[in-house]
Design a protein around this ligand. Structure first.
Ligand code: PLP
Length: 408
């Protein structure tokens, strides 16, 4: 395929990638936790605070109107990015966790009663388990779990029998942050809709890696975080179909979400403001808009091509390490590799390779039920972005080998 810019050239957009850590070149392989920020995003944040800072939606003065226009432009960019019908369907939140908490609470109030059911999968991040568990407990509803196999793939053929007339919503991730598994969300949505069950897709790990079109998917709700797609922290999105969001009650009360307030009764604002109480993360939203423009300038074709190469190369090279076992060997995988050793603790490997400038994540990755399933305390996880290189994979492999020589 033809790439318009080389990876070396693209890396120049990310100033942090030329940092030294303990005297060594930074090798940043923790993109699943958060991605680095390109200059385009950093400059937009700086520009806002230097020249444009003002609160939005309520001001008649020029600064406020400019800030409002920019923030709403970011909402429109987000709408277009995920192929939503209407920008009213884009609710800005603090991130995926906030989006799921908003939906779980609001959905439960409207639709969950005693004996109802919510289905999640066995490979969910805690943020797509705990909010549902909490509202199920409150409502006397039941949380059911779609199991997985030892490769880390959903047992999709069991979904239909798990659904009952009491099932109200299925909440699953698109891509597992621990295993890298790409889940068959089209199939899940079509099975769910056959039974009149709603679907939330947690797109935290997919949004920066593969194109998503909510209308083509016909998904009811979608959640993702800005910081995992090159935007600032503290901003994220809950997408919902307009007719469904209109049915849901507000999650939080406060400024901006109201139409009229008296001590007797409050009426609520229209979408999306009904779900956006209080001053939002204005600069975060604007930064998210810039990140979307940036992703588009690189292009998903380049991103997917580069990450596929990295996944293949890293898998092949890591498997040359004695005693290394990959957790998550699904047929459809993205560029996340979790691995373990029977005789060495993940934390020790992570700490030693940090001395070499290599940033990986170790631990349970907020997926404790998955750790219980695989009977392991945690994994070492390397998660790649398109700006990573094969040379960095080599450094990882050398670093892990060095750590093993010290630890064994
Ligand atoms: N869901 C998945 C699959 C994730 O990987 C993460 C974060 O790692 C989250 C949800 C939570 O995202 P955030 O911490 O940005 O709210």
């Amino acid at each position: 395929m033809i790439m318009t810019r080389t990876i070396e050239d693209i890396r120049e957009d990310f100033p942090i990638l030329s940092r030294k850590i303990k005297g060594k070149d930074l090798v940043y392989l923790d993109n699943g936790a958060t991605t680095q920020k390109p200059l385009q995003v950093i400059r937009a944040v700086e520009e806002f605070y230097r020249n444009e800072n003002s609160n939005i939606h309520r001001g008649v003065h020029t600064l406020s109107q400019e800030a409002t226009t920019k923030y709403e432009k970011a909402r429109e960019l987000t709408r277009d990015f995920i192929g939503a019908k209407n920008s009213n369907e884009i609710i800005f939140t603090k991130g995926t966790t906030d989006s799921i908490n908003l939906l779980a609470n609001s959905f439960a109030k409207q639709f969950l009663k005693k004996g109802d059911e919510v289905i999640v999968s066995a490979m969910e991040h805690h943020s797509n388990i705990v909010p549902w568990q909490m509202v199920c407990e409150e409502r006397g509803a039941n949380l059911k779990v779609l199991p997985i196999n030892k490769k880390g793939e959903l047992l999709i053929e069991e979904l239909e029998s798990l659904i009952s007339p009491n099932t109200k919503i299925i909440a699953v991730n698109h891509i597992s942050n621990t295993l890298g598994t790409i889940n068959p969300i089209e199939r899940i949505i079509s099975i769910a809709h056959k039974h009149n069950v709603k679907v939330l897709i947690d797109a935290a790990q997919s949004i920066a890696h593969t194109p998503i079109n909510v209308q083509e998917l016909d998904v009811d709700f979608l959640a993702f975080s800005g910081h995992k797609m090159f935007a600032p922290t503290g901003v994220g999105v809950l997408y919902g179909k307009e007719e469904l969001l209109n049915e849901l009650p507000p999650y939080q009360g406060g400024g901006d979400m109201i139409k009229e307030v008296t001590f007797e009764k409050t009426t609520y604002n229209c979408l999306p403001h009904k779900f956006e109480a209080g001053t939002p993360n204005i600069v975060g939203g604007i930064g998210l808009g810039e990140a979307i423009k940036y992703i588009r300038s690189v292009g998903f074709e380049t991103i997917e091509h580069q990450e596929k190469e990295l996944l293949e190369y890293a898998t092949q090279e890591l498997l040359t390490i004695e005693g290394l076992r990959i957790i998550g060997t699904a047929e459809h995988k993205t560029s996340v590799i979790s691995f373990v050793f029977d005789d060495v603790h993940p934390f020790d490997v992570g700490t030693i390779i940090d001395q070499l400038g290599i940033a990986v994540r170790t631990g349970h990755h907020c997926t404790q039920p998955l750790m219980q399933f695989f009977e392991i305390p945690g994994t070492i996880r390397a998660s790649f972005a398109f700006y990573n290189t094969k040379e960095e994979v080599d450094k990882l492999v050398n670093g892990v080998n060095r750590a093993l020589r010290m630890l064994r």
